[in-house]
Design a protein around this ligand. Structure first.
Ligand code: C2O
Ligand code: CU
Ligand code: CU
Length: 472
């Protein structure tokens, strides 16, 4: 990370730099500092990078001046302190997508914190009861800063090593660049009112069709994160045996064969993740490839190249990932609410915050648009008691797809009017055109939790709101 301070800096020193109080939770710091975890200092800053060969793209946003936002790795059930400093002229916040953490650490402007101006710092105490693949991105000036690069993968490790030979994160996203690597409009009103504005360059870890070495005949854990603001990926691996082992941070009850053709591809909407176990070809130099179907023809996303002596691993050696501790909702006694996602009755609303809402209002939840800026006058869509079981009916009245994301809680899609859904825990469900899906969860994390479409142009033109979970 772009560290302003060495990684071993103590919480005490960090608080000192902030001019913070000398006492944390009633414990004098001199004692507390001994056991306190270190703070990972992260600066949000402008970056340059060669996305298109032979060109340099300037004005990107990352946490390193010359590289993509790095993978952040933390342990389950262990606090991880991230001190985020804004070095941009625009306001920002950081959000940790999919983590069931404390509400004050969720990074949603106005709802959970004040946006950070230039050189302001916020210390996020990340915590996750769940192991798996998550990600991070800003939640203020989101359309700009995400489109310009600020999306990174966050891994929460299992308590015990699940036994892969290697772990390869694939951060999938587009950029809107011309042939010389210069930015074109990051979004268009036409796109925002329809399916979103698509990038011109498809990348994996900011590279076009990268190749990674992996042990021949070995077992690889691919961690695919769809962090694009718009694109829905349709993944398939034509060349080798692979199994889907987790989706959206949560292990599947049993692994599923990964599709080998575009007709059967795994659909991954913006915000979603897939953990895939890949059995590498046994001979050195042979490839396993990851493709997405796309208009025109399938596109190569990444190539894994078999390297070294054959490991002779077998899919049968895969140990099941331990399930995450998500509470089962009581469906028979659950409280039911319905949300309609569709057009907005409002005209163009003024931007009343610092977080860069698009100057249009095209979308709404229950006909109430929220651009995710200033929260005054915007009430929760629903309020739940802590521990209440909930069924939400999500009704898509529009001819577009919407990846609907809920912060701070894990939910289970239980039925659809269009298809059979596998039983999964998730934080983001892709609601297809004119589809209705019921989701269920236990409202067991108190706070105001953002609830929005992850096509950022939809979110920022009204398809957003929040749910409130009371303390008691
Ligand atoms: Cu990934 Cu509210 O966001
Ligand atoms: Cu989120
Ligand atoms: Cu949407």
């Amino acid at each position: 990370m772009g560290r302003a301070m060495p990684n071993h800096i103590s919480r005490r020193t960090a608080l000192g730099l902030l001019g913070g109080t000398a006492v944390v939770a009633g414990v004098p710091l001199a004692h507390h500092a001994l056991a306190a975890p270190s703070v990972d200092e992260i600066e949000i800053l402008n970056a340059s990078y060669s996305i298109i060969d032979g060109t340099i793209t300037r004005g990107m946003v990352s946490t390193r001046p010359d590289a993509p936002p790095p993978v952040i790795r933390m342990a389950r059930n262990t606090p991880y302190l991230a001190g985020v400093t804004n070095r941009l002229d625009d306001y920002t916040t950081m959000h940790w997508h999919g983590l069931r953490l404390a509400n004050a650490m969720d990074g949603v402007p106005y709802l959970t914190q004040i946006p950070l101006g230039r050189d302001e710092r916020y210390e996020y105490e990340l915590f996750s009861p769940d192991a798996g693949t998550f990600w991070y991105h800003p939640h203020c000036m989101t359309m700009d800063q995400m489109a310009l690069g600020l999306t990174g993968i966050l891994i929460v490790d299992e308590d015990e090593d699940p036994g892969f030979d290697t772990d390869i994160p694939l951060n999938l996203r587009d950029f809107r660049l011309d042939g010389k690597g210069a930015w074109i409009d990051l979004w268009t009103a036409r796109g925002a009112a329809r399916g979103g504005t698509f990038g011109t360059v498809m990348t994996t870890n900011w590279e076009i069709e990268p190749a990674y070495q992996a042990p021949a005949g070995g077992l690889v854990r691919l961690r695919v994160a769809a962090t694009d603001t718009t694109r829905i990926y349709k993944l398939f691996l034509p060349d080798t045996d692979a199994k889907l082992i987790a989706l959206d941070g949560h292990p599947l009850p049993a692994p599923i064969d990964m599709p080998k053709t575009e007709e059967t591809a795994l659909i991954l909407g913006p915000g979603q993740r897939a953990d895939i176990a890949v059995l590498m070809p046994a001979s050195e130099g042979q490839d396993a490839t990851v493709f997405t179907d796309a208009p025109g023809a399938p596109r190569l996303l990444a190539r894994l190249v078999s390297t070294g002596a054959a490991q002779g691993r077998d899919m049968a050696e895969l140990r099941p990932l331990p399930p995450n501790p998500v509470a089962e909702p009581d469906l028979a006694n659950a409280r039911a609410e319905e949300f309609v996602f569709g057009w907005s009755p409002e005209g163009d609303l003024p931007n009343n915050g610092l977080c860069g809402s698009l100057p249009y209002t095209f979308w709404s939840i229950n006909r109430t648009p929220w651009a995710g800026d200033a929260a005054e006058g915007v009430g929760p869509l629903a309020t739940f008691r802590n521990g209440e079981s909930v069924i939400l009916r999500l009704r898509n009245e529009s001819p577009n797809d919407h990846p609907i994301h809920l912060h701070g809680l894990a939910f289970k899609p239980i039925r659809s009017n269009k298809r059979t859904l596998p039983p999964l825990w998730t934080d983001t469900v892709l609601l297809q055109r004119e589809e209705t899906i019921d989701i269920a969860f236990v409202a067991d994390n108190p706070g105001d939790w953002a609830f929005h479409c992850h096509v950022i142009e939809h979110q920022k033109t009204g398809l957003a709101g929040y749910l409130r979970v009371l303390d008691a």
